[in-house]
Design a protein around this ligand. Structure first.
Ligand SMILES: [Zn+2]
Ligand SMILES: [Zn+2]
Length: 239
């Protein structure tokens, strides 16, 4: 096999993830130029690793972190032998909680966006659960998020997000636009934290629906108060 060109090679055939601020995650690396690992697991959770070109590994034209490059290589090998594997879960607690709550909210949130929109709007519904790194300037901690949006031709009218922050892995934050609408620890996690046991499937369903209802109420109240408008700040107007 030919040796891979190193470093400066910017072969256009290689696909890199989105560019990220904050620099390479590789220990000891000082590179400020960094891209997201392209790995997405079978539940649409994206890898949170960000690295420079040198610390990403390219497999069949796509750049991954070392760990996922190996996973993807195994998948490719397996597919060649006629055995398709689904990308294994990232197994991150915060991402799993986002996924569980977002799965319950999916239908009612989309139903609302349809209702709040009109013939000129469209709905953005990307199943990806993505990690955003901490942003000190905006006092935004690192968090996992799944989002939906109502958009017009000129931009986003309303963005709804379900997020879980690294520092508070039990708390679900519902956002509308840039606002934190409500922060709630799901009842099943409360029970676990207080050492309680399961309730039985019937009661757990009721509990889940009640929790879902609380989140949706916060969203409805927000839209009732502010309506569907463009975000308050326009591009370039921020301080
Ligand atoms: Zn690096
Ligand atoms: Zn990765």
């Amino acid at each position: 096999m030919a040796k891979k060109p190193k470093g400066e090679d910017t072969s256009p055939s290689v696909r890199y993830g989105e560019r990220e601020g904050g620099g390479c995650d590789h220990t000891g690396c000082r590179s400020q130029e960094a891209y997201r690992c392209l790995y997405r697991d079978r539940r649409a959770v994206d890898c949170s690793w960000v690295a420079c070109r040198e610390h990403l590994r390219v497999v069949e034209g796509s750049a991954y972190c070392n760990r996922h490059a190996s996973v993807v290589e195994v998948m490719i090998m397996s597919a060649r032998q006629g055995n398709e594997l689904l990308p294994p879960d990232l197994d991150n607690r915060c991402a799993s909680l986002v996924r569980a709550v977002a799965a319950d909210l999916e239908e009612p949130v989309v139903e609302r966006l349809v209702r709040w929109g009109d013939a000129n709007t469209s709905i953005i519904n990307d199943p990806a659960i993505r990690y955003s790194r901490a942003n000190r300037l905006q006092h935004d901690p690192g968090h996992w998020e799944r989002s939906w949006a109502l958009a017009s031709k000129t931009g986003i009218l309303l963005r709804v997000g379900v997020r879980v922050e690294d520092s508070r892995p039990e708390t679900v934050v519902l956002t509308g636009g840039g606002t934190h609408l409500v922060e709630l620890i799901p009842p099943w996690i409360m029970r676990r934290l207080s050492g309680g046991s399961g309730l039985g499937s019937q009661s757990e369903l009721v509990e889940r629906l009640a929790y879902q209802h609380q989140l949706l109420q916060a969203l409805d109240a927000y839209v009732e108060k502010y309506g569907i408008t463009y975000p308050g700040h326009t591009v370039g107007a921020s301080a």
